[in-house]
Design a protein around this ligand. Sequence first.
Ligand code: F6P
Length: 502
Amino acid sequence: MPNSTSTLSHSAAWQALVEHAASAEIASLTQLVQHDPARQTRFQRHGVGMCLDFAFERVNDTTLRLLELLAHQQAWTQWRTRMFAGEPINTTEARAAWHVALRGTLTHRPAHCDTDHARTVQLAEAIRQGTRHGATGKKFTHLVHMGTGGSDLGPRLLVDALGSFNAQRFRVDFVSNMDPVALDRVLAQCDPAQTLIVLASKSFTTQETITNASAARDWLIAGLPGGADWRQHMVAATSHAEAARAFGIHTQDILSVPVWVGGRYSIWSAIGLTPMIVIGPTAFAAFLAGGADMDQHFLHAPFAQNLPALLALLGVWNINFLDAHTLAVLPYAHALTQLPAYLQQLDMESNGKSIDRDGRPIDYATAPVVWGAAGTVGQHSFHQLLHQGTLCVPCEFITVDTPMGDVTRHHILNANASAQAQALALGRPADGLKPWQLHPGNRPSLTLRLAKLDAHTLGALIALYEHKVFMQGCIWNINSFDQFGVEYGKQLAAEQLRPLQR
Ligand code: F6P
């Protein structure tokens, strides 16, 4: 491995940002707002049913210009072209990161994308209609989705966010934990005759999923009436059909996941079977279309209007130049409660790296610690630290313009989001206040305002964050698409288990 250090932090574009970050012109958010009242509208960008409002980030026009220079220096448009072309940009594993091909708009994508998708739709529809039923002839009413990481978080997010589309009223449970309590609790609520187990595992080797799947298979065999075929109650989405067949799944019930889609990018593939069953293929198609529309925006909007590019560079600014190493994701939308967990994997597994694409150690920070919770719940828990703690935590508020329920309560919700952003940025006038009542302010945030929350917008939102993470990987010159950091722990666990298995 080359042992010289990555040169990015010595580059002209980087150094210009270091100098700018130390300048008085961007030191105070209050002054930035006072000196430029128009920034509230100037620092808004629109696209694909959403508005990115970054008036409360500690940036001015110079910052944006310098960030754009950094992005160009790091050849972001060339990397973007390569990703969309399906080139093997995941160099350590010599494969493409081609999740965009699953969203339907690329003319040159492999033909099997359409056949794979058609098979998924067919199976989802049959389960919804009850023509695909359990071994005793009863319709499935209870879905148990088994997977972990990207094979869990995406399906979980979609089912939770778009639950109002669940016209068939399936009960859905997710089991991702190794702890037997997780599976046992769920199975205790299930009638085997009406339960379908969906196994989602790209590799079909993940210990948690396969161990849980084996326990569920035993449960089916014990619980179904004598002679009934347990195989009728399990389907799988995987890249390794052979392994699924060896487990006992019928060939016609094994859906294919391309090897060139990373686990945390796989919600667009057959890994999305469970949400497709729940919300229906039509809503799932709208979800894919939302992702594809964001792809077109990312491909064609100029940098200054490009939502993923701006979101990425604002993050880079906070992390590398303002020294703020965590990121709070705060959806003020109950339906997006699962989003912080989803983004945690997307961001931290993709960009939690400390060598560059050439294997050289790097001397700058990469992915932030991503965390968060739905508002207003977090206000009564960790917002104290956001307002008065010693850490500066950049926040991303996500709000929805169109009420999904009672209008008055929805307005109260949104007023809370905007109040939090204001207090963080501008603080509280200090006159007559005791020290413990002070709000120092100057804490950056942005707000993503979604016009409405439906399948299309959710697709666009997820694709927005995927491209943000990709773009940050381009800036940091790292491979965002491998995850060797999780492998060694798996190996050690296997070694510890070996003596017990003899
Ligand atoms: O261990 C990490 C990881 O490989 C993730 O990248 C992936 O999303 C998860 O495990 C699940 O993997 P699989 O779908 O192969 O079971």
